[in-house]
Ligand binder design. Sequence first.
Ligand code: UDP
Ligand code: MN
Length: 298
Amino acid sequence: MFKGFTLMGYRVTGSRCLTVCLGFTFIMGCFLASLPIVPSETVNPRISATTHKKRLAIIVPFRDRFEELLEFVPHMYTFLNKQNIPFHIFVVQQKDSNRFNRASLINVGYLFSKTNYDYIAMHDVDLLPINDNLRYDYPRNGPVHISSPETHPKYHYDTFIGGILLISNEHFEKVKGMSNNYWGWGLEDDEFYVRIKDAGLKISRPENITTGTENTFKHVHDKTYRKRDMRKCYNQREVTRRRDRVTGLHDVAYKIHNTHSVTVDTLPITVVNVELICNKTLTPWCVCPEPPKVKKAR
Ligand code: UDP
Ligand code: MN
């Protein structure tokens, strides 16, 4: 049974209790209503704009590398959570029968993520950073090449910028994205190096890295199992040797078939299934003719 209670030294019971409670509620209501309405996120737009942490879209150009992906996703979550970087992984999967086009897939990944993210990491699925001093922070002052030639397990030339590169949306737009002419393995990263230089941007690399080519990254790549498509057909060799001043973000031809939000070991990623459309007049090497089968002599 309700027996009443004591308020500021007075004993309150029955109908008096109801009156006191209503009065108390009314006074509190008036007090709360008199407070200014300030939504927490708009306290000071100038401050919130500068303190907002930049968001990273990890763009993984992808086809037929499922085993590598299963290792990549948990690895990147563990690695980047230690750095407190807000990020999401976009696996941009090429779903057509043309030769693999890493640069066009990166262009598509960028267009897909740009409204919600501030910078991208173009990231090979088979290259796992293992030195915690490799920082994936916002590359404010120009592209940051994470997998430098001093530390990459395989590529050691000065102008190498493949593997893992961070670039802000602003700078990616400035260089007009990547060339769409590179079907098959190689050279698209070297062409991108020239774009960056032509735009007057400075590429930096991680400093204070004391590890080397053996222990900065794990490269999950068996060259027999995962063959590189090094074929050159039609006039591919001569065209792809030169700087491309025509193609880029503005003319990448593609259709997004569908997207899937999936998890790897409960960790969320987005798979974007992309059909790249090849202009066979401009880049006939998006499909190389099969060499004629030679009959074995009996
Ligand atoms: N890639 C892919 N499927 C392919 C070829 C390449 O997914 O058939 C992607 C994958 O992310 C890979 C990256 O492109 O890590 C670079 O290709 P690759 O590893 O062959 O180049 P490397 O740097 O080892 O010479
Ligand atoms: Mn590789």
